[in-house]
Design a protein around this ligand. Structure first.
Ligand code: DAH
Length: 339
C-alpha cells in the first residue's frame, strides 16, 4: 500500500506539473482527492492494516494529500497570475492617444457686444433695466411724443397684436416706464429685442436689438450727453476715437442728434470700411423733450435729461467686421466659433 501511495503521489505531481489550465487542475483534484478519488479509496483499504500500521499509514496519506493540495494551489496561483498578466496586456490603454475634446459653447457675438456696452455704463454708475417686448401703443409711441397719425409711426411700422398692443419698435418705451415710477434721479440703460416689419437684407431684420440709455437729474445739459457718449465711444472703439454730433430729429428729444465715431479702421482718413467717409454713424440721442417729461409726471422746469439709443447688431457688426447682419441670426456654428 505504501508503494501504491508513493506511486499515486508521484503520478499526481507529474500530472499537475504537466497540466495546461485551471480546468485540468480541477479534474486532477476530483480524480485524486474527491469522494471517489484514488487517495480516498486508499484510505478505505486501511481496514486491512494492523492497529500499529494504521496511524502510520494514515499519517502518510494525510501528508501526501497535503503535498498534493499545496501543489495544486501553487499551480493554480501560477495560472491565475499568468491570466491576469495576459488580460492586462490585452486591455492596455494607450495614454498617448489624442483625447476626445469636449466642445465648449460660448457667447454669441451679440451677447458679447451687449455685455461690453453694459460693462461700460455700469462702470459709470448706470443701472440695467429691462422692459417688455410686447408693448402698448401708448408706451411705444404716445408717451414718446408720437401721437396717432404722426409720420414717425410710418418709419417704425411694426407687428400689431391688437390696435393698442404692438411688438415694440424700439427700447425707448422703457424710458417712459422708468420715468413714470417717479424715482429720481435716473441713470439707466435698457438692452433688449425690438421688432419692425422690415424685409431681411444685409442691414435689416424684422427682429433686432437696441440698447437705450436715459439720464434724468437736475442741471443735466447737452454737455453731459456729449461727454458721456464720448467716453462710451472711446471705451468701445479705442482711446483715439473722435466723435461728431450731427443735428437730427427724434420726436421724443429736443434737440436731437446722431453721433458718428471716427473710423477705427483708417482713423478717419477714409477707407472701404467707412465708405470713404472717415466717420461711422452709431447712435441716436438728444435732450429728453419737456413734453415727454411732463407726460411721465416729471416737472421739466426742475429736471432735465438726455437719452440715446444704440443698435446692438450695428456695434457687433462693426466691432467684429462682419459685413452681413444675417450671419448673426443663422447660427451657423462655423461662423459663430470665430468669436
Ligand atoms: N429709438 C430710436 C430709434 O429706434 C433711437 C433713439 C434716438 C433713442 C434718440 C433715444 C434717443 O433714446 O434719444 O431710432
Amino acid at each position: 500500500m505504501k508503494e501504491q501511495l508513493q506511486k499515486i503521489k508521484e503520478q499526481t505531481m507529474q500530472q499537475i506539473e504537466k497540466s495546461a489550465d485551471l480546468k485540468s487542475l480541477d479534474e486532477i483534484r476530483v480524480a485524486i482527492l474527491g469522494k471517489k478519488g484514488e487517495l480516498t479509496s486508499l484510505l478505505k483499504g486501511m481496514k486491512d492494516l494492523t492497529p500499529e500500521e494504521k496511524p502510520v499509514f494514515g499519517q502518510m496519506v494525510n501528508d501526501a494529500r497535503k503535498a498534493i493540495e499545496e501543489e495544486l494551489e501553487a499551480k493554480k496561483s501560477a495560472f491565475e497570475a499568468k491570466m491576469l498578466e495576459l488580460r492586462l496586456k490585452e486591455e492596455v490603454i494607450d495614454v498617448t492617444l489624442p483625447a476626445k475634446k469636449v466642445k465648449r459653447g460660448h457667447r454669441h457675438p451679440n451677447t458679447i457686444a451687449q455685455e461690453e456696452v453694459e460693462r461700460i455704463f455700469i462702470g459709470m454708475g448706470y443701472e440695467v433695466v429691462e422692459g417688455p417686448e410686447i408693448e402698448t401703443d401708448y408706451y411705444n409711441f404716445e408717451a414718446l411724443n408720437i401721437p396717432a397719425n404722426h409720420p414717425a409711426k410710418d418709419e417704425q411700422d411694426t407687428f400689431y397684436i391688437t390696435k393698442d398692443i404692438v411688438l415694440r419698435t424700439q427700447t425707448s418705451p422703457v424710458q417712459a416706464r422708468v420715468m413714470e415710477q417717479g424715482k429720481l434721479p435716473i441713470r439707466i440703460i435698457s438692452p433688449g429685442r425690438v421688432f419692425r416689419s422690415d424685409e431681411v437684407d444685409a442691414t435689416h431684420s424684422p427682429s433686432f436689438h437696441q440698447i437705450e440709455g436715459l439720464v434724468i437729474d437736475k442741471n443735466i445739459t447737452m454737455a453731459d450727453l456729449k461727454g458721456t457718449l464720448e467716453v462710451f465711444a472711446k471705451e468701445l472703439f479705442g482711446e483715439d476715437t473722435r466723435t461728431k454730433f450731427r443735428p437730427h430729429h427724434f420726436p421724443f428729444t429736443e434737440p436731437s442728434a446722431e453721433m458718428d465715431v471716427s473710423c477705427f479702421k483708417c482713423g478717419g482718413k477714409g477707407c472701404r470700411f467707412c465708405k470713404n467717409e472717415g466717420w461711422i454713424e452709431i447712435l441716436g440721442c438728444g435732450m429728453v423733450h419737456p413734453h415727454v417729461l411732463s407726460m411721465c409726471g416729471i416737472d421739466p422746469e426742475e429736471y432735465t435729461g438726455f437719452a440715446f439709443g444704440v443698435g446692438l447688431e450695428r456695434i457687433a457688426l462693426l466691432k467684429y467686421e462682419i459685413d452681413d447682419m444675417r450671419l448673426l441670426y443663422e447660427n451657423d456654428e462655423r461662423f459663430l466659433a470665430q468669436f
